[in-house]
Design a protein around this ligand. Structure first.
Ligand SMILES: NC(=O)c1ccc[n+]([C@@H]2O[C@H](COP(=O)([O-])OP(=O)(O)OC[C@H]3O[C@@H](n4cnc5c(N)ncnc54)[C@H](OP(=O)(O)O)[C@@H]3O)[C@@H](O)[C@H]2O)c1
Length: 294
């Protein structure tokens, strides 16, 4: 990431994240053109060497690659949708957050107007941009990603996921599901232990060890899911369900919120009712892979 390069790049959208992206390109030595609806937000970047384009069209024409980072997809469409704007021949990387359907639709729209389009997802906060800690995911045509990878490397740890434009958004939300599930489980345990006077800092190292141990199971469990076969090698779902009942009882007995344990058990109960009690936990993928009917 210390490699300096002369490849020009444009950043459209200079909110908190867009400013960090443009700043990282500048720091890596890229001639950087910027545009923002509220032009005053470009002031700091301009004093650091960025060029402020007077119009969106000028911004797009200034570089072979434009990274766009605005609030949402409708904002992206609104600002690129004008008849006076040509996307022909430009490569757009849209790192605006959204869902996979929006990403695929944006790709069709941009490609229909002559652009090359990659969708991106930023799994980092602005201060991390430009460091290896910033994980930035991309999906769309691989040759377009590879052509601009040396420029994108200025932003952090960039990865390519596949040709389906929706993949970056899907990985993004999958990561969020993991993050909130782990945090909620930790908060549940912390609330339980607080009832016995154990503070959060005392429990945290233990919780971390448990989370790391469970993470070790994932590759083996993933193999079971991909094979569609769930032999109870270490534990059966019906045994887990009994422990879930203890978690609910304990939470209720000590006056702690039992919503999360009840949700966990309700899904496992459905798995048992469907005849999977003797199989291993990842068989619950069958519950997760279909809509919930209440
Ligand atoms: N901040 C983070 O930690 C973070 C992390 C990961 C991903 N992201 C994603 O990055 C994207 C931007 O986030 P942010 O934190 O930079 O947001 P922000 O600070 O609120 O900035 C929003 C940007 O969108 C522009 N914008 C909104 N509506 C527009 C429109 N109709 N036409 C033109 N420009 C419009 C704003 O322009 P004005 O300045 O003129 O209002 C501004 O440049 C979001 O999709 C967010 O989910 C952010």
């Amino acid at each position: 990431m210390d490699i300096k390069t002369d490849t020009p790049v444009t950043v459209i959208g200079l909110g908190r994240m867009g400013q960090a992206l443009a700043g990282a390109f500048l720091k890596a030595g890229h001639p950087t053109t910027v545009w923002n609806r509220t032009a005053s937000k470009a002031a700091q970047l301009v004093s650091a060497g960025a060029q402020l384009a007077p119009t969106v069209d000028d911004a797009l024409k200034a570089s072979p690659l434009t990274v766009i980072c605005v609030t949402d997809y409708p904002a992206m469409r609104q600002l690129l949708g004008g008849n006076d704007i040509s996307l022909n021949g430009t490569t757009l990387i849209n790192v605006t957050s959204g869902d996979s359907a929006q990403a695929r639709e944006a790709a069709r729209w941009a490609e229909g107007r002559g652009a090359r389009y990659l969708d991106g997802a930023i799994m980092a906060v602005p201060p991390a941009i430009g460091t290896a800690e910033a994980v930035i995911l991309h999906s769309g045509p691989q040759p377009d990603f590879e052509a601009h990878r040396p420029t994108l490397d200025a932003l952090g740890t960039v990865s390519y996921l596949g040709a389906d434009h929706g993949l970056a958004s899907l990985y993004d939300v999958a990561g969020l599901a993991m993050m909130w599930s782990v945090l909620n489980a930790w908060l549940q345990g912390t609330a339980l232990l607080k009832t016995a006077g154990v503070d959060a800092a005392t429990y945290a190292p233990f919780a971390r060890q448990i989370a790391a141990g469970v993470a070790e199971w994932l590759p083996g469990y993933a193999e079971q899911i991909d094979r569609g076969s769930f032999p109870a090698e270490v534990s059966a779902l019906e045994t887990d369900v009994q422990a879930m009942a203890h978690l609910i009882e304990e939470s209720e007995a000590v006056g702690v919120n039992a919503e999360l344990p009840k949700l966990i058990k309700a899904m496992a109960d459905r798995g048992v009712a469907a005849g999977h009690g003797g199989e291993q936990y990842p068989v619950l993928i069958e519950e997760f892979a279909k809509p919930h009917v209440s």
